[in-house]
Design a protein around this ligand. Structure first.
Ligand SMILES: Cc1ncc(COP(=O)(O)O)c(C=O)c1O
Length: 409
């Protein structure tokens, strides 16, 4: 049992899909003394991280950094561009899409929640054709925004964002496109500008390999323009003052200085050309996902994502047999092998667990996680078709990652 004053020997395996393990280099950077956030040194740090994060989102436009978790950045996105009573089209991919839709209701918006019926909705990506059909029917253009989750962390499904953009354009609809890439960014390919996203939302504790505590809104010029006339109350979250002060590297309030030290390191690590840059980051995650799925398939267990075209490179959801409680399996793996796995959330609670394969991982951290899972499943009496550990070893050994894709810590 992990407590503040006792730590088991060896390392803890934090294999949840965020927060992900924080590399030593980032922890060291964050341990530097906090500086004056209005002093000259700070401006240079501010400009550096603002430039770095633009490169990660692949945008030329402003990215707003908040000292808040991802939920804060969800609220910021909605309240900056929308007005009370606005209709928003949201798509149910899983638990996080559902929470975002609940938030929209609490803010006084009118979310309409599209999705596939029954259990299927949580096993497949966004169906862009459903969005197109709904927007075509909205001839009065009452819908002001389309909101989708890029990588649904509760299920392990990554949706096709360019297809959603195409659907909006095909319907000739002016709705803004807002995308939650809280667990997608810096793991799965993401191109804010090229994909025509108006607001991209992300957080620090997933692919960016930072602790929780900062989050982001990447903007398009249309989104910024919309924020100038939108009428939902906004003060702390308002983009205008932040974007203005960011021009010199400062914030209107006290920013999260030490997390920004960490962000500067994270950007350097993720963008380093010697390690493959962003294409290298995406390829690494794809390969890890493939290796883990090879293991799950060898166990004979089902993967929560039912469409191989949208398997997540960030995490894999593992469905347990109907008579097994997934949380009981997780508990055994935690208590016996010091490995944390993601719980099933919302509708799939107890039915599945999630293996994170993101951020500061490597083949052997994933092998350890799979070994923990295999032992825990067996201890819980789950009949496995074969050894997932062996299948994953075969995959990783047989598919060497180019040296340039191994990340420096
Ligand atoms: C896809 C997604 N959206 C939103 C959130 C909420 O972010 P936070 O818990 O940082 O507030 C999470 C958190 O895991 C997430 O994975």
């Amino acid at each position: 049992m992990l407590t503040l004053d006792f730590h088991p020997t060896g390392r803890h395996f934090l294999q949840i899909p965020g927060p992900s393990p924080v590399p030593d280099r980032i922890l060291r950077a964050m341990s530097l003394p906090t500086i004056d956030h209005r002093g000259p040194e700070f401006g240079a740090l501010g400009l550096r991280v603002l430039k770095g994060i633009q490169q990660i989102f692949q945008t030329r436009h402003p990215v707003v950094i908040y000292p808040a978790s991802g939920t804060g950045a969800w609220e910021a996105a909605l309240c900056n561009v929308l007005s009370p009573g606005d209709a928003v089209l949201m798509y149910e991919t899983g638990h996080f899409a559902s929470l975002w839709s609940k938030m929209a209701t609490r803010l006084g918006l009118k979310p309409e929640f599209l999705g596939l019926p029954g259990a299927e909705g949580w096993r497949r990506g966004v169906q862009a054709s459903m969005i197109e059909d709904r927007l075509r029917a909205d001839t009065a253009h009452a819908i002001k925004a389309v909101c989708v989750v890029h990588n649904e962390t509760s299920t392990g499904v990554t949706s096709n964002i360019p297809a959603v953009r195409k659907a909006i354009d095909a319907a000739k609809h002016p709705a803004l496109l807002m995308v939650d890439t809280i667990s997608g960014l810096a793991c799965a390919e993401y191109k804010h500008d090229e994909w025509g996203v108006d607001v991209s939302i992300s957080g620090s504790q997933k692919g960016l390999m930072l602790p929780p505590g900062i989050s982001f809104n990447a903007l398009s010029p249309r989104a910024f323009e919309a924020s100038e006339s939108a009428r939902l109350p906004k003060a702390f979250w308002a983009w205008d003052e932040i974007v203005e002060m960011n021009k010199t590297g400062y914030w209107p309030y006290t920013p999260n200085t030490n997390l920004l030290y960490g962000l500067a390191q994270a950007c350097d690590m993720l963008l380093a050309p010697g390690h493959g840059g962003l294409p290298g980051v995406f390829a690494r995650h794809q390969r890890w996902g493939e290796g883990v799925r090879a293991g799950v398939k060898a166990w004979g267990l089902e993967i929560q994502c039912a469409d191989p075209a949208v398997y997540s490179p960030v995490l894999t959801g593992v469905i347990v047999p109907a008579d097994v409680d997934a949380d009981a399996v997780r508990r055994v793996i935690y208590e016996r092998f010091d490995c944390s796995l993601g719980t099933g959330l919302g509708k799939v609670k107890g039915r599945m667990f999630r293996i994170g394969h993101l951020g500061d991982c490597n083949d052997l951290t994933l092998m350890a996680a799979l070994a923990g899972c295999e032992m825990g499943l067996k201890l819980c009496g789950v009949k496995l078709a074969g050894s997932g550990v062996q299948a994953a070893m075969d995959f990783f050994a047989g598919h060497p990652a180019p040296v340039s894709l191994q990340m420096a810590a």
